[in-house]
Design a protein around this ligand. Structure first.
Ligand code: 5GP
Length: 208
């Protein structure tokens, strides 16, 4: 019987405002085999966000209970709210052969790397501080204090760049998307993503 290969894992991190959501949307729209790892969060839903699709929105006490139960593969406090990746959900998706994309912060990526070293770790970078500041202002969603906080946090996140397998600078969204697509395809073409492929082929030679 032909066994479906296990899915690959992709961790995408980026300072807030770098354009990560746009790239995630494009990649999941182009490749049907990718499933987004739906995190839990204690922050309130933004307009248009759907419970269970974008996040599982939870009360802080429920979130902390899940932390105690070991429900999360990693969790972190980001910009004052808690975010966590459910362990079983992602494990099941990968077992079913889906590629799983994690959109998490740098603290979460560091924790995941300890338990999932086989995942592909991608860091999306702004082309400059000024460009990031302009993008944060252009979104029109944050007040001045929040913009300054996100800029400061971005500086902190950049110091973790060394732990990533790939760096993609988002100067131009098309070029950045080409980079992300290339990383995805290269990972899928590595023997590690389907270690039994050759033995399955060789079995046909034996049967012939
Ligand atoms: P937002 O509130 O803008 O959706 O996300 C804020 C930050 O939290 C982003 O950097 C996002 O990548 C991160 N984040 C989302 N889900 C998780 C998660 O499950 N774990 C961690 N560590 N960070 C997350």
């Amino acid at each position: 019987m032909t066994q479906r290969p296990k899915g690959s894992l992709f961790v995408l991190c980026a300072p807030s405002g770098t354009g990560k959501s746009t790239l995630v949307r494009r990649l999941t729209a182009e490749f049907a085999n990718i499933r987004f790892s739906v995190s839990w969060t204690t922050r309130a839903p933004r307009p248009g966000e759907v419970h269970g699709r974008d996040y599982v929105f939870a009360a802080k006490e429920d979130f902390l209970r899940k932390v105690e139960q070991g429900f999360f593969a990693e969790w972190a406090e980001v910009h004052g709210n808690c975010y966590g990746t459910p362990l079983e959900f992602t494990r099941e998706l990968a077992q079913q052969g889906f590629d799983v994309l994690f959109d998490i912060d740098v603290q979460g990526a560091r924790q995941l790397k300890a338990s999932l070293p086989e995942a592909c770790y991608v860091f999306l970078l702004p082309p400059s501080r000024a460009a990031l500041e302009a993008r944060l202002r252009g979104r029109g969603t944050d007040d001045e204090a929040t913009i300054q906080k996100r800029l400061r946090n971005a500086g902190g996140e950049l110091t973790a760049a060394d732990m990533f397998d790939h760096w993609i600078v988002n100067d131009d969204i098309e070029t950045a998307y080409d980079g992300l697509r290339a990383v995805y395809l290269a990972k899928k073409l590595s023997p590690a993503s389907d270690p039994d492929l050759v033995s399955r082929l060789l079995a046909q030679w034996k049967e012939a």
